[in-house]
Design a protein around this ligand. Sequence first.
Ligand SMILES: [Zn+2]
Length: 127
Amino acid sequence: MFDLLEIGLLVTMFLWGSLVGSYAITVQTRVKAHEKIRGVPSHCMHCGKVLTLRGNDLWPIFTYLIRRGNCKYCGINIGSSTLVYEVSGGLVILIICLLLRAWGVLEVSCFALLILGMAVERTFLRI
Ligand SMILES: [Zn+2]
């Protein structure tokens, strides 16, 4: 069975994976629209309104479900691919973590993945 620490790590890693999925769909959308990938804040591709954490606009999976897939500001449907990418990102990381658990290295690997992810985000991926 899973202990409380493992459950916490798995939930955290799922959420972290959903952030990776959210980043992937953002990059894909911006490349298709010929927009810069870095240096531009998250925004609605239709109305251009800048999205913020404070406005609860940027929480992967949760924001999509709360807003029923629509932009909070203009109401346009952003498409189910956003939710698919975010859930898929979370599931991929969750599966990796379950494999790491089976090998007995879950805790160390999760912390290493989180630190590596933050370093990569800070260094290369800042949107
Ligand atoms: Zn909008």
